[in-house]
Design a protein around this ligand. Structure first.
Ligand code: ASP
Ligand code: MG
Length: 458
C-alpha cells in the first residue's frame, strides 16, 4: 500500500492512514507500506534548491525549523510517551544532517542534479519513520527503510532514475520476505533509491507510486494499492462533468492513457513493473472507503466502447511546413532529434501524406525552447514556416473497446460538430486505444461534456 502526500499533512490524516494499515493487517494480510513526503514538503525542498544562490544561514535555519515544526507536530500529537524520544531523535538527526548539507551546498552556490536528489530525499526520509513508529505505538511490529536500504537500485539519471529491475528484485525480496514471515510491517520511503555507486537517486515526481509497483513486482505481491484522495480513475474530470463516475475496472494500457492527465496523476512509468504480471493495481480513496476505487487488471470486462474522456490543457500546437520536408527520408527524424536534444517532449504528432507539414503538440512550458530550437536549426532550410497556436486543448477518447469497432471516430466528430466545435488536428495510434484531437481551448469543457454524454451516459 502506498500513501500519497495529500493524505499526510496533519495528525488526523496521518491517523487515518495508520488506521487503514492496521485494519487491513489485522484482517490477515501481509502488508508493505510505501510513504510519500508529508504534503508539500517535496515542493518546499525543490523550491529551496532552485534558490540555492540566494540562500544564507538565516534562510536555512528558518527552513529547517519549518520542517521541524511540520514533523514534530504530528509526533507530539500522536505518538505515546515511551516511543516519543526515539522517533524525535531520528527526526532531529535527519534535520541536522539536512542542515549541514544545505550549509555546504549554499557556500558552494552550486546545485548539481546529484545534490538535488540527495536533498529532496529528506522529504520521504522524514515522513517514513513517523508512520512506522505510529504502527509500533499501536502494538504492531514495524521496521522502516529508505529505498536505498531496501535495495532499489537505479541508473544514475538523477531526478528521473530508472530501476535496474533484476538486481532490485533480488535484493528487495531478500530484504523483505523474512520480515513479512515474522509479521513485520515494513514501511519504506517512496520516490528514492540509489545508484550503483551508492548515491541517492530519485525516480521522478510522483514516484512513490512507482516505488510501490517496483516493490510489488520484486516480492510478487498479489496487489498494489495506491491510496490518495481521489476515488480512482474517472470517466471524465468531475469538475467538468457532474455525472462522471469512477471506472471500476480497466486494463493496464487504458490506465496508462489516463493516468497522466486525470485528477489522479500517476508517474508515467508507474505501471511498467507490474504490467506483464498478474498483480492487480488498485487506486483507492483514503477519505472515501465506501468507494471500491479502480482496479487495473489484465483482462477487464469491456462493458463500454469508450472508458473515459480526458482533456489535456496547457499545451501548444506547432505546425512546421515547407517544401524541404517533402520526399526526403529522415527529415522528421532530424526535427524530433534536435527537439529531444533540447529536452522538449512531444506529446502528439500528426503528418499528412503529402508531407508538406508536420504538426506537433508540446507542453506550454516547453514552447519557447521548442521554437528557439526549430528556428535556429531549421528555419529557412528544411522549414519555411513555423506557426504556433497556444490556445488549444487535446481531447482524448480512451478505451480498448474501440479496437475494430466502426463508427467511433464518426460519432466523436459529429458530436463535437453539432456543438459547432472545430477540430484542428487528429491522431490515433493503430492500437485504437486513444482517439485524440485538438480544439480551441475555449471549447474544451463543452467537448468533454458532449462526448461523455455520447459514449458514457447515453
Ligand atoms: N514526494 C514525491 C513528489 O512529491 C514523490 C511522491 O509524492 O510520489 O513527487
Ligand atoms: Mg506527492
Amino acid at each position: 500500500m502506498k500513501f500519497g502526500g495529500s493524505l499526510l499533512n496533519n495528525e488526523i490524516k496521518v491517523s487515518n492512514v495508520t488506521n487503514i494499515i492496521k485494519s487491513y493487517f489485522t484482517s490477515g494480510n501481509e502488508l508493505i507500506v510505501i510513504i510519500s513526503a508529508l504534503n508539500g514538503v517535496t515542493d518546499k525542498i525543490l523550491n529551496l534548491c532552485n534558490d540555492i544562490k540566494k540562500i544564507n544561514k538565516k534562510i536555512i535555519n528558518e527552513f529547517i525549523l519549518d520542517l521541524e515544526l511540520i514533523h514534530v507536530n504530528v509526533i507530539e500529537k500522536i505518538i505515546k510517551l515511551e516511543n516519543k524520544k526515539e522517533i524525535l531523535q531520528i527526526i532531529y538527526n535527519l534535520l541536522n544532517e539536512f542542515k549541514e548539507i544545505l550549509v555546504g551546498i549554499s557556500l558552494l552556490g552550486e546545485m548539481t542534479p546529484k545534490s538535488r536528489d540527495y536533498l529532496v530525499s529528506f522529504g520521504e526520509r522524514l515522513s517514513t519513520p513517523i508512520i512506522s513508529f505510529i504502527l509500533k505505538d499501536t502494538g504492531l511490529k514495524s521496521v522502516f527503510f529508505n529505498g536505498k536500504e531496501v535495495g532499489i537500485l537505479t541508473d544514475s539519471n538523477y531526478g528521473d532514475a530508472k530501476p535496474l529491475m533484476d538486481t532490485t528484485k533480488f535484493r528487495v525480496r531478500h530484504k523483505l520476505e523474512p520480515l513479512l514471515k515474522e509479521k513485520y510491517i515494513p514501511v519504506i520511503t517512496g520516490f528514492i533509491a540509489s545508484d550503483q555507486n551508492g548515491n541517492i537517486t530519485t525516480i521522478g515526481r510522483g514516484g512513490s507510486d512507482y516505488s510501490a509497483t517496483i516493490i510489488a513486482a520484486s516480492i510478487d505481491a498479489n496487489e498494489v494499492w495506491l491510496w490518495s484522495d481521489v476515488d480512482g480513475l474517472m470517466t471524465a474530470d468531475p469538475k467538468i462533468v457532474q455525472d462522471a463516475i469512477t471506472i471500476p475496472e480497466l486494463s493496464f494500457s487504458e490506465a496508462l492513457e489516463l493516468s497522466m492527465f486525470g485528477p489522479k496523476y500517476m508517474h508515467p512509468r508507474a505501471l511498467e513493473p507490474v504490467m506483464d504480471s498478474n498483480i492487480i493495481v488498485r487506486i483507492r480513496n483514503a477519505k472515501n472507503l465506501k468507494n471500491n476505487g479502480t482496479a487495473i487488471i489484465q483482462n477487464p470486462l469491456n462493458s463500454k466502447i469508450v472508458k473515459s474522456i480526458t482533456a489535456i490543457k496547457n499545451i501548444a500546437l506547432i505546425d512546421v511546413s515547407g517544401g524541404g520536408l517533402i520526399g526526403y527520408p529522415g527529415t522528421a527524424a532530424k526535427i524530433f532529434e534536435s527537439l529531444a536534444r533540447n529536452q522538449v517532449n512531444i506529446i502528439m504528432i500528426s503528418q499528412t501524406p503529402s508531407e508538406s507539414s508536420i504538426s506537433l503538440i508540446v507542453k506550454k512550458i516547453d514552447l519557447d525552447k521548442a521554437i528557439t530550437t526549430l528556428e535556429l536549426n531549421f528555419l529557412g532550410k528544411l522549414i519555411k514556416r513555423i506557426d504556433v497556436n497556444d490556445k488549444v486543448a487535446i481531447i482524448a477518447v480512451v478505451g480498448s473497446g474501440m479496437r475494430g469497432i466502426k463508427g467511433v471516430a464518426g460519432r466523436t466528430f459529429s458530436a463535437v460538430a453539432k456543438k459547432d466545435i472545430n477540430v484542428i488536428m487528429i491522431a490515433q495510434g493503430s492500437s485504437e486505444l486513444n482517439l485524440a484531437f485538438v480544439i480551441d481551448e475555449k471549447n474544451c469543457e463543452e467537448a468533454v461534456k458532449v462526448l461523455h454524454k455520447e459514449f458514457i451516459t447515453k
